[in-house]
Design a protein around this ligand. Structure first.
Ligand SMILES: NC(=O)c1ccc[n+]([C@@H]2O[C@H](COP(=O)([O-])OP(=O)(O)OC[C@H]3O[C@@H](n4cnc5c(N)ncnc54)[C@H](O)[C@@H]3O)[C@@H](O)[C@H]2O)c1
Length: 341
């Protein structure tokens, strides 16, 4: 039967190390051309948007898998106690189209986003990077910190958020995780001697000015993931070695979308993709004082590898509720499909 998997089921089986490994494999598959992925499409609403993201990965854990994520972004939700981002994922067998799972995608989105941050840091930040600055202390910041700590020895956390109470809360959370030197502060102070900046706000105008960027910084630019969104002074993009997740998506909705639209930068200013870094076909940081930037818009392949990893683990542990969604098809025929996964 197809499995209905709740957030609780998914949380029980997904740890940061497993997701980072899966997401790195997802980027490798992308770099090797094993991903079939149309750019996400947007439903623009008065108060936010929905995105439909769908695609296929070939040869992940020995299987081909395809699926769909339906996910919203409603920036004002936190003021009424709801998360900004909520998602659902359907996983399917690409050979027959049979549904394997219908699962919560919210925790998967948080984890796969944090894991992409860790993969970017692994390939682009200096080996000795230990000071991290956060701009935006919302939901995604938590998994970024959790995952980045797996690939670099983080000793200092500085956090800036328009909402000071959120920044304080996040700094407290970081110290609870074991980063003793954690503090909420202004943006300028946060960036002083920073090795890594994680930007995670829904801003539509630059917040970080170029003069605040120290030599050698790696930037995870994750907040801009829809047309018109922008967090960084475009002069930072001129100075940085820029890596993207996917040209179609990043040029439409990533940090580069506004400066590209204004002809301030061009496609030739992009050094390559994270998939290319993982497969070794693209050169990464060259010098210690290089500023590097990963512009993430979020790829369905990150969701597919994370969701399929969770599905397999849940199946092994007997978690979830079986769903007989096709009553017209004899159960045995569907079971033959499920057995293959
Ligand atoms: N690239 C990806 O893969 C990916 C994945 C998920 C979410 N996102 C994007 O990341 C952003 C953050 O998502 P979230 O779920 O953490 O949202 P969230 O609402 O939980 O947190 C956003 C935080 O940013 C703060 N903020 C807003 N404007 C600011 C500004 N100008 N300066 C400083 N702080 C500011 C808010 O106070 C809030 O604490 C959103 O834009 C979302 O669309 C990207």
């Amino acid at each position: 039967m197809s499995l209905l998997l709740s957030e609780e089921d998914v949380r029980e089986v997904l740890g940061a190390d497993a997701v980072i490994e899966a997401v790195e494999e997802g980027f490798r598959a992308y770099g090797e051309g094993r991903v079939n992925m149309p750019p996400k499409s947007y439903l623009l609403l008065d108060d936010g948007d929905f995105r439909a993201m769908y695609g296929e990965i070939k040869g992940f854990l020995g299987h081909d898998v395809c699926g769909l994520k339906w996910v919203n972004v409603h920036p004002n939700n936190p003021s009424i106690g709801l998360p900004t981002v909520m998602a659902k994922i359907l996983l399917n067998d690409p050979v027959t189209g049979v549904e394997l799972a219908d699962m919560d995608g919210s925790f998967i989105t948080d984890m796969r986003t944090g894991a992409a941050g860790a993969v970017a840091v692994k390939y682009l930040a200096r080996e000795d990077a230990s000071n991290i600055a956060f701009m935006g202390a919302g939901r995604q910041a938590t998994t970024q910190l959790e995952c980045i700590r797996r690939v670099r020895n983080i000793l200092r956390v500085r956090v800036y958020d328009l909402d000071e109470s959120r920044a304080e809360e996040f700094a407290h959370h970081a110290s609870e995780l074991g980063v003793a030197d954690s503090m909420a502060c202004g943006l300028e102070e946060a960036l002083e001697d920073a090795d890594i900046l994680v930007s995670l706000t829904p801003s539509r105008k630059p917040v970080v000015s170029a003069d605040l960027i120290p030599d050698g910084l790696h930037i995870n630019a994750f907040g801009a993931d829809a047309q018109g969104k922008q967090e960084l002074d475009p002069a930072i993009l001129r100075r940085a070695r820029i890596y993207i997740d996917d040209w179609e998506q990043a040029s439409h909705s990533g940090e580069i979308n506004v400066p590209l639209g204004e002809d301030y930068i061009s496609k030739s200013d992009i050094s390559g993709s994270l998939g290319g870094l993982v497969t070794g076909s693209v050169e990464g940081r060259v010098a210690n004082d290089d500023v590097t930037l990963f512009d993430s818009t979020g790829l369905i392949v990150q969701d597919l590898v994370t969701a399929y990893t969770a599905y397999r683990l849940c199946k092994m542990r007997g978690l979830g509720v079986g769903k007989q969604f096709l009553s017209r098809v004899p159960g045995g025929m569907l079971e033959d499909v499920y057995k293959r996964f």
